[in-house]
Design a binder for this molecule. Structure first.
Ligand code: ME8
Length: 536
């Protein structure tokens, strides 16, 4: 690798990536699921005060894209440009994805470096020429083994199908270049053994270990029957296999071969988020490529499960008519970001339904959280003219709330920040919200308010202060998941003039009691999570 620049590298960033998605079609709920998860993780770590680099992008070469472009009567490049600009980037903006870069595999900054990387492997004797014949799935862009194919039925009677796409495979016979993947089995197994956290969840790890133990075959890394790809540097009749091209985005986007300082400050990834369908590419082929090139391996490959609709994996051909926009129009962007991470255990498959989304929205977002926020603001308005009162003596009930908050902060950070247990981390905050609601019901400030004695007024001040201070902490803890509603609540609590911007509030400090100063102006804004219209 050509090292450029002599500037010393700074501290390494926490580097999070999503898969780079195929642009043969517009993004759907499945793509958004992984991308939102990466965004929440990114924002969480930023709020921990860490330097974070979040990368997403698009995978634009290969037969699948080429055929789609042909079917639409445009060149592959035109097709990709159109889809990226009209569908992919706008959706990420709409969902408030705070990525630091967006890599497209047709960019020169990528293709030049891919050629260098592959040339380097060739020079090291890791690549040889040979022939291959076998069943190929174009939607997967992968050769399949005979053993994993399914027998077709109905319209596919007599044909053999890809087990993921349930579409017929094509028989391919080509002269290709091969990467000596088979030589890396033992080293990969040793790495999995020494780094149990390398592949998550555990079930995914076991599957990969079992697969590698069976013995790896060398990998065909070029194609010669079409030309929509990066040319092999020493033989331009071949293009580089789209998966080799695509995996390298994680290196080329952060300065591999072009900006050594940035590369050292970013690479390797701390978390590659992937769907479980592409786990082997990331947990077997990618680390073997890095080993062959002498580069460090990522810290963690985290596989999410599949979003299912009506018992089937949601995919481009099986959308059952739902687009991310339809859901955000109905529930709002924040609720959308929250729902999939809250309702599905990360790493496991999960079914989506309107009914479940509506029920959780109403009970947890609108009733538990939204109502708490509006009740507290309304009472501070009514009883203290919108000025947050000074609390008096901190009783047992208040101490229980402060303790509950300490637990919520610790659990949320450990679960979400460390273990990518998004559902568990969010639940820790919502359990605390329930606790605060219970506190208000018990303390019944609306009854205390009827007593005009100085003692009762002091008590009323303490109760409302406790509730408002609890909301201050919830806002900080939920900012990564729901940035827009958190910003609204931050404003409604009048927190910014005293405490500064919400995104600057360190998570580690979120549980320190008593930060919201008495005297702030509390205003009752519009409902954070309005009642759903009865349209669905
Ligand atoms: O595989 N449930 O791109 P792709 C959950 N270009 N996640 C889903 C999903 C579902 N039903 N459907 C898609 C590719 N995803 C390659 C990647 S990376 C170097 C190259 C998510 O457009 C999930 O993250 O087919 C999955 O791995 C990814 O989208 C596949 O996107």
């Amino acid at each position: 690798m050509a090292a450029t620049g002599s500037e010393q590298a700074g501290p390494k960033a926490y580097y999070v990536s999503t898969p780079i998605y195929y642009v043969n079609d517009a993004p759907h709920l499945g793509h958004a699921y992984t991308t939102v998860a990466g965004d929440v993780l990114t924002r969480w770590h930023r709020q921990r005060g860490e330097k974070v680099w979040y990368l997403t992008g698009t995978d634009e070469h290969g037969q699948k894209i080429m055929r789609t472009a042909e079917a639409n009567g445009v060149s592959p490049q035109e097709w990709c440009d159109r889809l990226v600009e009209e569908s992919w980037k706008p959706l990420w903006e709409h969902l408030r994805i705070a990525n630091d870069d967006f890599i497209r595999t047709t960019e020169k900054r990528h293709t030049d470096r891919v050629r260098e990387f592959v040339q380097d492997l060739y020079d090291r004797g890791e690549i040889y020429q040979g022939g291959y014949e076998g069943p190929y799935c174009v939607p997967c862009e992968e050769y399949k083994t005979y053993g994993e194919l399914l027998d077709g039925e109905g319209e596919y009677e007599g044909l053999q199908l890809c087990p993921i796409h349930k579409k017929p495979v094509e028989m391919l016979k080509e002269e290709n270049y091969f990467f000596k993947l088979s030589a890396y089995g033992e080293r990969l197994l040793a790495h999995y053994e020494a780094h149990p956290e390398f592949i998550q969840p555990e079930s995914a790890r076991n599957e990969v270990v079992q697969f590698v133990r069976q013995g790896l075959e060398d990998l065909s890394i070029s194609r010669s029957t079409f030309d929509w790809g990066v040319k092999i540097p020493w033989d331009d009749k071949h293009v580089i296999y789209v998966w080799i091209d695509a995996l390298l985005n994680y290196a080329t986007a952060v300065g591999y071969g072009s900006d050594q300082k940035k590369f050292e400050e970013t690479f390797p990834a701390d978390v590659h988020l992937v769907g479980k369908d592409i786990l082997r590419f990331h947990a077997v082929i990618w680390p073997a490529m890095l080993m062959a090139n002498g580069l460090p391996l990522p810290k963690r490959i985290a596989a999410n499960g599949w979003l299912m609709v009506g018992g089937e994996k949601m995919s481009k051909s099986n959308l059952t008519g739902i687009s991310p926009h339809e859901l955000t129009d109905h529930f709002g962007v924040d609720a959308y970001r929250w729902y999939f991470l809250r309702a599905i255990v990360f790493g496991q498959d999960g079914s989506f339904s309107w009914e479940d989304f509506s029920a959780r929205y109403t009970s947890e977002l609108a009733n538990d959280y939204g109502n708490l926020a509006s009740r507290v603001a309304a009472m501070v308005g009514k009883y203290f003219d919108g000025t947050l009162p000074e609390p008096a003596a901190h009783g047992e009930a208040e101490q229980a709330i402060a303790d509950g908050l300490t637990t919520a902060v610790r659990d949320a950070d450990e679960k979400l920040g460390e273990h990518l247990d998004f559902a568990g981390g969010i639940a820790a905050v919502f359990d605390f919200i329930k606790q605060v609601n219970g506190y208000l019901t018990e303390q019944a400030p609306w009854k205390v308010a009827k007593d005009t004695s100085a003692e009762a007024q002091e008590r009323l001040a303490t109760i409302l202060y406790t509730a408002a201070e609890s909301l201050r902490a919830c806002t900080v803890l939920l900012n990564a998941v729901m940035p827009e509603s958190s910003a609204k609540l931050w404003e409604s609590l009048g927190a910014e003039p005293a405490l500064g911007a919400l995104a600057d509030q360190p998570l580690a400090d979120a549980g320190r009691w008593g930060q919201l100063p008495a005297g702030t102006k509390v205003t009752k804004g519009a409902a954070l999570f309005p009642r759903l219209e009865e349209t669905k």
